[in-house]
Design a protein around this ligand. Sequence first.
Ligand SMILES: NC(=O)c1ccc[n+]([C@@H]2O[C@H](COP(=O)([O-])OP(=O)(O)OC[C@H]3O[C@@H](n4cnc5c(N)ncnc54)[C@H](OP(=O)(O)O)[C@@H]3O)[C@@H](O)[C@H]2O)c1
Length: 475
Amino acid sequence: MTACSILGGAGALGGALALRLAKAGHDVWIGSRQREKALDAAHAIKARLKCARIDGAENREAAARGEIVFLTVPYAVQAETLRLVAPQLAGKILVDATVPLRPPKVGTVQLPAAGAAALEAKAILGDGVRIVSALQTIGAEKLASGEAIECDVLAASDDADAVETVARLLEEIGLRTWHVGPLANAAAAEALTSVLIQINRRYKIAQSGVRITGRAKNAEAARGVSVHAVEGLPLLGPGDDLPALLLGALGKNGFTLQDGDVLVVAQKAVSKVEGRQVRLADVVVSAQSRAIAPEADKPAEIVELIRGESDELMRVRPGVIIARHKSGVVAANAGIDASNVAPPEAETVLLWPKDPDASARRIREAVQWGAGVRIAVIISDSLGRAWRLGTTGAAIGVAGMKPLRDRCGETDLYGRTLQATIVAVADEIAAAASLVMGEAAEGVPAAIVRGARYEPCEESDLRALLRPREEDLFP
Ligand SMILES: NC(=O)c1ccc[n+]([C@@H]2O[C@H](COP(=O)([O-])OP(=O)(O)OC[C@H]3O[C@@H](n4cnc5c(N)ncnc54)[C@H](OP(=O)(O)O)[C@@H]3O)[C@@H](O)[C@H]2O)c1
């Protein structure tokens, strides 16, 4: 979590930023010339977001509190505000949203003599403050509404690391950021505001913005990989429209899906909406299951379900049955979640989706249709690994991506050609997602992994990732 201060945070843009940053779980300090006004603005957000960690202070104190400080005041008072807080900004990142508008001619570009408001900020603050000029093209109203933002942020700075830090923070509040070059290039974004104001007026658009098209060839290297929890879903039950609920939760979190994102959904969530709950009291137990039950030290009903869900029981030991699920995945107890089973009559257990690949495909189609993006979907569960203790998130179903990434033919650090490097990228992504999803108690049934490199594929399924039985060295 980052401590974010917003100077002028009781205003239109600052207030909207404060809301989104608080919603994303950051510590927010609203700054104002008047402490009371800052406190009122903080209380108003707290009233909307009970869990918000937000407070108000006079601008100087707010600047002192933040690791990243946003400046959201009119151009007319940019310089005086910066002079006031300059000592508190030393060594920090300042995100300057100032647009050098000179009312009443706000629809005409009027850049200052220095070239840009951001360069004037630099003249005041010197090299000791890491200035990132950004956000000029993002409408405050849109930001405040909580709706998905389709416009991009153009960030100009002489400090690439600072832009990277700011981009990650803004990504968490649903804003995609592009580093557009040195601080001097802030002039372009500052000038664009007047252009957008003209467009708003002429075409009656509420708040127009800009979006950069095209796709980075090496997005992973340029941006790294990020993982975002999808929180706030209600308790799920049979028949619930999971894709719609996921899209709703993403919207509420202010998160916008992008082409290439991977949506990882917990198997439990999918199983619940697909009605895969079974009451043990309803299970008809065969003689064979009854015979296996003592050896497995499990209720015969569970053994019956495991057998019904799998093609083969590979090992039976006290407390666990290793089974090959009908999907081909080898898993303890065929993936059946029986963690709270006792006594059998009263309990319900959860089976895996019947066809996890098909579930992934359905979710992908619906989410793509709803969000207008091309993504991949992984259904994940926590699986144990042979010869290693502990579980990790792993894929049990995929859609829209090849679950393996063949790196044969690429070169290593020393220029040698990789001969046999095949990466289980679907499992890697599922494991990354599990870092924020956790087990059921955390209540985070899905996550978005952004920036991971994988091969998109319309006809994919998880079987490509499963070792053929004839290649099994330990049959
Ligand atoms: N609004 C947008 O959609 C938008 C979008 C992108 C960029 N921007 C830029 O972001 C900055 C803030 O825009 P905004 O629309 O949020 O502004 P705003 O709501 O009019 O003002 C923001 C805050 O600045 C302080 N302020 C306003 N007038 C002042 C004055 N005469 N003297 C001293 N302080 C004053 C006030 O804070 P206190 O009274 O609490 O001290 C106010 O709450 C501007 O540079 C703007 O061009 C705005």
